[in-house]
Design a protein around this ligand. Structure first.
Ligand code: ATP
Length: 401
C-alpha cells in the first residue's frame, strides 16, 4: 500500500495545495492520500488571527473532498506539542506497517528540510515527492534533491506540472479586501465567508449570485436598485459603499418565505415574533433576514443590524442602518408614491429629515389602510422629528397619502 502524505498549516488550504496533490496522485497512484493540518508548525508559527484548529480541519476536509481518495487526518491536531513530521511519520509507520509512505512537499520545504527535527528519520521512513510552488526553480530543486540523496540516502521524486503560484499568506491578505476567491475551492471559500475567518468579506459578485437565488425573480430588480442606491448614499454620507452594498444585497434574503416559512425560520434561529409581526408577517422578513444573513453568509453585526431594521427603522439608527432603510424605500424601481421624490431629494441633503419623512409616510400609509402599525416605526418617526427640532430644522412639508 502506498500512502501519500501532505502536511501543512492549511491556513487556509488553497488551489496550490490541491494542484500539488492532484499532480502527485496522478504520478504516484497512491492507495490513500492524507492531508494533515499541523497543530503547532515548528518552523512557521501560526500567525495571529489563525482560526481555531477545528476550522482549519474543517477547511482541510472540504479541500480533500475535491480530490478522489483524499482525506483529512487529525493525527497532528490530536498531538500535543510541536507537530514534528518525523513523529507523524513514525506514527503512520506503526499504523500502516509495510506501507510505503510518500511525503509530498513544496519547494520551500524541500530547501529547508535538513533544518527540521530529525531529518534523517523523515528520509528513512518516507520517500519525498516535490512539486514546485513556482516555475524557474527547477535547478535549485534538482541540486537539493541530489544533495539529499547523497547525504541521507533519500528517495526524492521531482514531480512535473504547472504550479498554482499562491500562498496561504497571500490569500489571507486578499480576503478582507473582498478578493482571493479564485485561489480557493467553492466550499472552502463559502466556509470562510460563513464564519468570516481571516476578517474575510465576501466578493460582491459571489454574494449576489447566492443571494439572488433566495429571491423571487421579480424581486431581483428591487434588490439591484437598493444596492445601487445604498452605494450612492454611502458615498454621499461617508459610509463604506461595499458594506452598504453587502447589506442591500442581503436585505430581502428571506422575503420569499410565506407565513409558515417565516415562522419556520424564526424557530430555527430562536426568533420570537412580536404581536405586530404575527399579525402582519411581511414585517418578519427583516428579523429572519438578519438571522439568515448572519448564519448563511456570516453577515457581521453592523450589516445584520441594517437588515434587521430596514423595514420599521428604529430610533437612533447607525449610518448604515439609515442608508439601507432609505435605499429600500427610494431605489429607482420603487413604484411612485406621494412622498417618494421628497424623500429621494432629502436623502442626499439631510439624512435625518429623509428618515423622518420616510417613517412619517409609512405611519400615514399604514393607518390609511387600517393595518396595525408597528411601534418601532412610530418611535423612529418621533425620534427623528425630535432630532430635527433639536437641530432647529423643520421637517419636510408633506400633505399625507
Ligand atoms: P503560508 O503562506 O501560511 O506560509 P503556505 O501557502 O506556504 O502557507 P502551507 O500550508 O504552509 O502553505 O504548506 C503546506 C505544503 O504545501 C508545503 O509543503 C508547501 O511547500 C506546499 N505548498 C504551499 N503552497 C503551494 C503551492 N502554491 N504550490 C505547491 N505547493 C505548495
Amino acid at each position: 500500500m502506498r500512502i501519500l502524505i501532505y502536511g501543512g498549516s492549511f491556513n487556509p488550504p488553497h488551489l496550490g495545495h490541491i494542484r500539488s496533490v492532484q499532480t502527485a496522485a496522478a504520478a504516484l497512484a497512491p492507495d490513500r492520500t492524507l492531508l494533515i493540518p499541523a497543530n503547532f508548525p515548528p518552523h512557521k508559527p501560526l500567525p495571529e488571527g489563525t482560526p481555531v484548529p477545528l476550522h482549519r480541519f474543517a477547511m482541510t476536509k472540504l479541500a480533500a473532498g475535491e480530490i478522489p481518495g483524499c482525506e483529512a487526518s487529525e493525527i497532528e491536531l490530536c498531538r500535543e506539542g510541536p507537530s514534528y513530521t518525523a513523529d507523524t511519520l513514525r506514527q503512520l509507520h506503526e499504523m500502516y506497517p509495510g506501507a510505503e509512505l510518500v511525503f509530498l512537499m513544496g519547494t520551500d520545504m524541500l530547501l529547508t528540510v535538513e533544518g527540521w527535527y530529525a531529518p534523517e528519520v523523515i528520509m528513512a521512513l518516507a520517500r519525498l515527492a516535490v512539486f514546485a510552488r513556482e516555475t524557474g526553480r527547477e535547478g535549485e530543486i534538482e541540486t537539493q534533491a541530489a544533495r539529499l540523496r547523497e547525504r541521507y540516502g533519500a528517495s526524492v521524486t521531482v514531480l512535473a506540472g504547472q504550479p498554482v503560484t499562491v500562498s496561504s499568506t497571500e490569500v489571507r491578505s486578499l480576503l478582507p479586501r473582498r478578493q482571493g476567491r479564485e485561489y480557493l475551492t467553492e466550499d472552502v471559500y463559502g466556509y470562510i465567508i460563513r464564519h468570516r475567518l481571516y476578517g474575510a468579506k465576501p466578493e460582491l459578485a459571489w454574494l449576489r449570485e447566492r443571494a439572488y437565488v433566495c429571491l423571487k425573480p421579480t424581486r431581483v430588480e428591487h434588490v439591484r436598485g437598493t444596492e445601487a442606491m445604498a452605494r450612492a448614499l454611502a458615498e454621499r454620507w461617508g459610509a463604506d459603499p461595499e458594506d452598504a452594498a453587502e447589506a442591500a444585497i442581503l436585505h430581502d434574503c428571506t422575503k420569499k418565505a410565506d407565513r409558515d416559512g417565516q415562522l419556520r425560520i424564526c424557530e430555527k434561529y430562536d426568533i420570537i415574533p412580536d404581536k405586530w409581526e404575527l399579525e402582519n408577517e411581511e414585517l418578519l422578513h427583516a428579523k429572519t433576514g438578519a438571522a439568515f444573513a448572519a448564519a448563511e453568509f456570516g453577515a457581521p453585526g453592523p450589516i445584520a443590524d441594517a437588515i434587521r431594521w430596514h423595514t420599521t427603522g428604529r430610533p437612533d439608527m447607525t449610518l448604515l442602518e439609515q442608508i439601507v432603510f432609505l435605499a429600500d424605500a427610494i431605489e429607482e424601481h420603487r413604484k411612485p408614491y406621494p412622498a417618494l421624490e421628497a424623500i429621494r431629494k432629502a436623502a442626499f441633503s439631510d439624512l435625518d429629515a429623509a428618515v423622518e419623512l420616510c417613517a412619517r409616510r409609512t405611519v400615514e400609509y399604514v393607518r390609511s389602510r387600517g393595518l396595525p402599525l408597528h411601534p418601532d416605526t412610530a418611535r423612529t418617526r418621533e425620534f427623528y422629528l425630535k432630532k430635527l427640532e433639536d437641530r432647529g430644522a423643520a421637517p419636510i412639508p408633506w400633505d399625507g397619502p
